[in-house]
Design a protein around this ligand. Structure first.
Ligand SMILES: CC(C)(COP(=O)(O)OP(=O)(O)OC[C@H]1O[C@@H](n2cnc3c(N)ncnc32)[C@H](O)[C@@H]1OP(=O)(O)O)[C@@H](O)C(=O)NCCC(=O)NCCS
Length: 143
């Protein structure tokens, strides 16, 4: 599997994966891609795009989100899941975030999303807050 950074002009990649990564609000994670703070990684197998993980900063973030902590989105196509792509994407993204001087990364996940929660637990995200609707806010240090 080949991993490469998602460039600031690579809006097609995030538009492709945003609806999988967030059924609730895909445009949040792709609209206007390439603004300061946008950072991501795409996984390829040969010429096939397998999955992507990326982060964005949201100036209007309200607690538990914070404007200076990037928020993560990730998706791997169903036929490529369970083979380490998600883990590899996150490991590379953490390196990019640390190199960019970010101390932490956050995410929001539905409590019944077993696969995503398994991945996030595996890579060391911890629960910050559980909302009334059952969504979890999670955080991981990268530095
Ligand atoms: C979440 C997702 C990105 C995981 O990608 P993946 O490539 O299948 O994950 P990996 O193969 O790298 O698995 C890494 C770890 O995650 C956990 N995991 C993965 N799939 C799991 C599942 N179905 N159930 C429980 N744990 C799971 C395991 O701990 C696994 O490590 P292990 O294989 O050593 O036990 C993928 O399922 C996906 O795209 N889901 C739909 C989009 C989505 O829900 N995004 C997150 C929204 S918050």
């Amino acid at each position: 599997m080949l991993l490469r950074a998602i460039g600031s002009t690579d809006v097609g990649v995030v538009e492709q994966f945003a609806p999988l990564a967030s059924r609730r609000d895909p445009t949040k994670y792709c609209l206007g891609w390439g603004r300061p703070g946008d950072l991501g990684v795409v996984a390829m197998e040969g010429t096939t795009t397998v999955g992507a993980a990326w982060t964005r900063l949201f100036a209007e973030a309200s607690p538990p989100a914070e404007p200076d902590i990037p928020e993560l989105a990730i998706a791997v196509y169903a036929e490529h899941r369970g083979r380490g792509a998600g883990r590899a994407l996150l490991d590379r993204l953490f390196v990019l975030l640390a190199a960019g001087g970010h101390a932490c990364v956050d995410l929001s996940v539905a409590s019944d999303n077993t696969a995503a929660r398994g991945l996030y637990d595996r890579v060391g995200f911890v629960e910050v807050e559980r909302a009334a609707d059952g969504r979890l806010w999670m955080r991981r240090r990268v530095i």
